[in-house]
Design a protein around this ligand. Structure first.
Ligand SMILES: NC(=O)C1=CN([C@@H]2O[C@H](COP(=O)(O)OP(=O)(O)OC[C@H]3O[C@@H](n4cnc5c(N)ncnc54)[C@H](O)[C@@H]3O)[C@@H](O)[C@H]2O)C=CC1
Ligand SMILES: CC(=O)C(=O)O
Length: 229
């Protein structure tokens, strides 16, 4: 089963849960984890009526942790010294930013061949499925919990951390009205700022393509809602 197969069932669940959350905790910050992640963040953002700083999603921190781990293992170095970020939707076309990946300040491209980098990027994209295949039932929980904890700590301790988060974009990166993974500043106000970094044409195209996959799911949800009246 892919993350997208969960779309309409989880849309109904997150809509119902959001309604209750908004009723009982109107000032809360919602950090969504449910898959398919970006579409669910979009659904929760729209259902809640909250401003965008109070609804965002966890995926990029997990995907980045996997990417950093695979690089650290390949180079036999501490994962603490691998700096990286994975953008885009939490799906098969997520966008590990190779150009911004460094190991102890050294660009990854100086340390690994393009073949090895490509293979790590692909393994990162397939990371969720790899765990599901090993577990046989259910999906990853240790690494997602650690990723959620980082984001919640950033909110509770007002840490102003720069992490990848799924945020509702309002024109940033040329994307308007869609929730996608981008670098964000997380603090006491929730998703306090979308950070825009410069991308090459190729990176930008990859981000747009990933966003297009999210848009497809959002369109399916809109049709289902329209049909249900
Ligand atoms: N964003 C990410 O990176 C990740 C996302 N996920 C997603 O997180 C979600 C949860 O995963 P797990 O905790 O492993 O699943 P799980 O099956 O262990 O837990 C789901 C929980 O939701 C509850 N639930 C079901 N329907 C409900 C409803 N209508 N109202 C309230 N609660 C309801 C169930 O009783 C169960 O306790 C899944 O959608 C999974 O794909 C999981 C890992 C990483
Ligand atoms: C379940 C999921 O989305 C993941 O492990 O990446």
């Amino acid at each position: 089963m892919s993350r997208d197969d969960l779309l309409l069932t989880n849309m109904r669940i997150t809509s119902a849960v959001t309604e209750e959350v908004v009723k009982h905790s109107p000032d809360c910050i919602i950090l969504a984890v449910t898959n398919p992640l970006d579409a669910m963040v979009q659904n929760i953002f729209q259902s809640s009526g909250f401003p965008r700083n109070r609804v965002f999603g966890m995926a990029g921190v997990l995907d980045t942790a996997r990417y950093r781990t695979f690089i650290a293992r390949e180079l036999n170095v501490s994962v603490d010294d691998v700096q990286a970020m994975v953008l885009g939707g939490h799906g098969d076309d997520m966008v590990p930013l190779v150009r911004y990946t460094t190991v102890g300040c050294i660009p990854l491209t100086e340390l690994l061949s393009q073949d090895r980098i490509d293979s790590i990027v692909q393994r990162t994209r397939d990371g969720g499925g790899e765990i599901v295949a090993l577990l046989k039932q259910g999906s990853a929980f240790y690494a997602p919990s650690a990723a959620i904890t980082q984001m919640v700590q950033a909110i509770l301790l007002d840490r102003k951390r720069i992490l990848p988060g799924c945020a509702y974009l309002e024109g940033e990166y040329g994307i308007d009205g869609l929730c996608v993974g981008v670098p964000v500043k997380i603090g006491g106000g929730g998703m306090e700022q979308v950070i825009e970094i410069s991308l090459t044409d190729e990176e930008h195209a990859a981000l747009r393509s990933s966003a297009a996959s999210v848009q497809e799911l959002v369109d399916v949800m809109a049709s289902a809602k329209a049909e249900a009246g």
